[in-house]
Design a protein around this ligand. Structure first.
Ligand code: GTP
Ligand code: SPV
Ligand code: MN
Length: 586
């Protein structure tokens, strides 16, 4: 096959010239093609079929033990001016980056097949959808891209019609971490990634395109590309509200997006639109609308069970690619907290020995089509997206951040988002459990200077008077013994209900220097085994801790120098003053 679009055909020819593949395969995105690839990978040992009776059409991929997560230290934003990438990114000049990475691509596909994957991020007929082509030498990437995006003929047709697409070049290279780089050229709408076959490093439609490149485009075009789930909440009266929530990696997006209402909440329904990325646009009426650019879930496996996430648990019983889970003696996939079965073989294929650490890698993942989700929203395919009532930021914090609070207005909400801090997780290679600033959950994903990004966020206040309300949640407060104070998962609906009531002006709140808190009686705890004192702790703010927190936020923001928008600096000062004032009154 070839393409009628010279920009595409020429690029494919140039890449083939550089990487020297044995064969070139243009992906048509068909089911037959997917099955052929699966068979080929089973023959080569790249995939292991799982128990066909209990897990039909499920496969296990074991990645290289050095290649199990994103690699922020090897991820670069390559803009002409270093300041455009900002202190939040690693930067390299485009010529230096191309030279460095092209040397590694030289001959990298010898003996391999080069796959050309045309894809569409977003519903194929949506004006908000964007196009890309990924070239890769990994059949595993092709199979994952087929589940995660809309690949193949229809995407190619739209690419050839529109002429603009993001170019993503990927090779697993030799998997040596010393020769691993994930490079982004937002000014050229291109991505080059080598040396990793894992998740966000290799499925270039996801973080590389739909967040890093798209956030850059979104700024110049007046929209937002965010690390957010999109969920619809339908009350027993049939009123549905859509929320978009930004939590850092492995901090609960997939789980919240497909939450199952607790028994106490008969008549409530949850509709999933997306579990990781939202593209947000103002429509002609000034309403912020969201689409999910993805078509599948690349979700964290450990912790998934019939109680925490029944929807995912059921969904991944068929037609699923598992990466880095353990297996049972019956060749079923197994992971920590699955709560059924026991591991025989660990994620590296060794006989299970608890002395070697967890059986499944903490960042082991499932790849599954979104359509398989029992709570999949009918509007997930709507070209115009869904109207957003509330934006919710959150992090994983043992202390400091209360269960929920509301920002006073949009500008305060931008500061709340910019102040997000969270404990690091296994989704990135590096230390786990260290609190760091992760503004809008975008620290690893913003394709430009955070100072400019906050300015872009602030600018929405002038564009519409119908913007969503902004909130902050924390499901992860712990007691002194390290036990979670809040039950989380399905019970989080109770907090979402308060958020909706606030959006509808149906409930009052308690004013505090940091924002608007619930009256404890306004969070419905019926049927919940949480002591009143615990609720009080969950909703309390410790003045001294917050003073420290806001000082540290101020220092962090100062790190962005003159580029920091005045609006944000003033908002921070306003909170500092309000805290001082409150202490004087006390
Ligand atoms: P990425 O895919 O990396 O962006 O992660 P994510 O934000 O989608 O996180 P996910 O929902 O996969 O959850 C990550 C981990 O947090 C899993 O082990 C979950 O079981 C756990 N988790 C999710 N929600 C809650 C919650 O409400 N309370 C508690 N205690 N744990 C949760
Ligand atoms: C994340 O780390 O936020 C993920 C997983 O969603 S990955 O696709 O690997 O980036
Ligand atoms: Mn994510």
């Amino acid at each position: 096959m070839t393409s009628t679009l010279p920009a595409l055909q020429d690029w494919v020819d140039q890449v083939a010239e550089l990487t020297q593949p044995d064969e070139i395969h243009w992906c048509d995105g068909s089911e037959a093609e997917y099955q052929r690839l699966i068979r080929k990978m089973c023959e080569s040992g790249d995939l292991l079929p799982l128990n066909e009776k209990d897990y039909p059409d499920c496969y296990l991929h074991r990645s290289d033990p050095s290649d199990v997560a994103r690699v922020e230290h090897l991820t670069f934003i390559c803009t002409e001016n270093e300041d455009d990438a900002g202190p939040n990114n690693h930067w390299m000049s485009p010529p230096a980056a191309h030279e460095k990475i092209d040397a590694l691509f030289k001959g990298a596909m010898q003996g391999r097949t080069m796959y050309v994957i045309p894809y569409c991020m977003g519903p194929i007929d949506s004006p908000y959808a964007r196009l890309g082509v990924e070239i890769t030498d990994s059949a595993y990437v092709v199979a994952n891209m087929k589940i995660m995006t809309r690949t193949g003929k229809q995407a190619l047709k739209r690419i050839e019609k529109e002429g603009t697409f993001v170019k993503g070049l990927h090779s697993i290279g030799d998997l040596d971490p010393e020769r691993r780089f994930i490079m982004h050229f937002p000014e050229e709408l291109s991505i080059k990634s080598i040396g990793s076959g894992y998740g966000g490093n290799a499925l270039l439609g996801k973080k590389c395109h739909a967040l890093r490149i798209a956030s850059w485009q979104a700024r110049s075009e007046g929209w937002l590309a965010e690390h957010m789930l999109i969920v619809g909440i339908e009350s027993p009266q049939g009123e549905t509200h859509y929320l978009a929530c930004a939590f850092p990696s492995a901090c609960g997006k997939t789980n919240l997006a497909m939450l199952i209402p607790p028994e106490s909440h008969t008549g409530w329904k949850i509709w999933t639109l997306g579990d990781d990325i939202a593209w947000l646009h103002l429509d002609d009426e000034g309403v912020l609308r969201a689409i999910n650019p993805e078509a599948g879930y690349f979700g964290v496996v450990p912790g998934t069970n019939a109680k925490t996430n029944q929807n995912a648990f059921e969904m991944i019983k068929s037609d699923t690619i598992f990466t880095n889970v353990a297996t049972t003696a019956d060749n079923e996939p197994w992971w920590e907290d699955k709560q059924v079965g026991s591991p025989a073989t660990d994620w590296q294929g060794r006989e299970y020995d608890s002395g070697n650490g967890p059986a499944a890698h903490p960042n082991s993942r499932f790849t599954v089509a979104a359509k398989k989700n029992p709570s999949y929203s009918q509007l997930a395919e709507a070209p115009e997206g869904v109207p957003i009532s509330a934006l919710v930021f959150g992090g994983r914090r043992k202390e400091v951040a209360p269960l929920v609070y509301q920002a006073r207005d949009w500008c305060h909400g931008v500061l709340v988002g910019a102040s997000v801090a969270s404990e690091t997780t296994a989704a990135n290679i590096g230390e786990v459990g260290v609190v760091r600033r992760d503004p809008m959950a975008m620290k690893p994903f913003c394709g430009y200077n955070f100072a400019d990004y906050w300015g872009h966020w602030l600018s929405f206040a002038d564009k519409s008077d119908k913007l969503p309300r902004i909130f902050h949640v924390n499901w992860f407060r712990q007691d002194k013994d390290g036990k979670f104070l809040w039950p989380g998962f399905g019970e989080n609906l109770r907090v979402l209900r308060w958020i909706i009531e606030r959006c509808e002006n149906r409930v009052s709140c308690v004013e505090s220097p940091i924002g608007l808190l619930p009256n404890p009686q306004d969070i419905d705890v019926n049927g919940l085994d949480v002591a009143q004192e615990t609720m009080q702790t969950l909703l309390s703010i410790d003045a001294e801790q917050w003073q420290e927190e806001m000082i540290s936020v101020g220092e962090y923001l100062q790190g962005f120098g003159d580029r920091l928008p005045d609006g944000l600096r003033q908002e921070h000062q306003r909170i500092m003053d309000a805290m001082k004032q409150a202490q004087r009154i006390d």
